[in-house]
Ligand binder design. Sequence first.
Ligand SMILES: NC(=O)c1ccc[n+]([C@@H]2O[C@H](COP(=O)([O-])OP(=O)(O)OC[C@H]3O[C@@H](n4cnc5c(N)ncnc54)[C@H](OP(=O)(O)O)[C@@H]3O)[C@@H](O)[C@H]2O)c1
Length: 242
Amino acid sequence: MSDAKVALVTGASRGIGAAIARRLSEDHFVVGTATTADGAAVIDAALSGSGRGLVMRVDDDQSVDEALGALGADEQLPAILVNNAGVTADNLLMRMKSEEWNSVIETNLGGLFRVVKPCLRSMMRARWGRIVNISSVVARMGNPGQGNYVTSKAGIEGFTRSLALEVASRGITVNAVAPGFIATDMTSELTEGQVAQMLERVPVGTMGAPEDVAEAVAFLVSDGAGYITGETLSVNGGLHMH
Ligand SMILES: NC(=O)c1ccc[n+]([C@@H]2O[C@H](COP(=O)([O-])OP(=O)(O)OC[C@H]3O[C@@H](n4cnc5c(N)ncnc54)[C@H](OP(=O)(O)O)[C@@H]3O)[C@@H](O)[C@H]2O)c1
């Protein structure tokens, strides 16, 4: 832990974010966020001495201001930021309601803007930073019924490249990780038939585990990955190659 830094992981109460928080807490002090106080308490317990839970809704300006204000006051502004919080609200575009469109765009894409911006100043000052944004394989493949979600994830990958160019000279890397079909709450509503159908398209033949994504994130935030920036790393069992 000699080079331990503060790592902020959004949406760390369950699924992929929880696995990322656990993995990064092996080397760093991790602040994991949830949308509720109960969720933050779960993160506190899971990370025990190597991190803390915090309430933050990434779709809400005031909530982000309060959470980052608290971290600033505790001198815990992150050197490592993992933007993982994400939601779906699936519907065919013909049927999609404005609320379904807006909630997904505001959380997945707007959340990035809200959280990244106030974290950049301290990274710039330190001339070191790591930002990893969690995209999805569907950003490149498209997916019927997920126009809002796919738009948000494709936006995340474009954002990643643009920001990477803006901050590269300051020792800050910005990358994305694009998971494929990972076993979490987000995919738990699929029927057995849907899972079997999906797995037919995955060359390695299984769903991924949250830990598979966490390993990729741990690599990208390491010192050894300092020459990788603006990249999207796929963790999808071969479902899509580019
Ligand atoms: N699972 C997959 O197959 C898959 C594939 C590709 C990409 N991804 C991406 O990976 C990321 C994590 O997915 P997951 O499957 O682990 O999801 P999940 O199990 O549904 O967990 C979502 C996390 O996001 C948090 N969250 C939801 N709305 C939020 C908001 N408005 N503000 C802040 N946090 C919020 C949740 O907090 P609460 O617990 O407080 O609700 C929770 O911690 C997402 O960006 C997702 O798009 C997942």
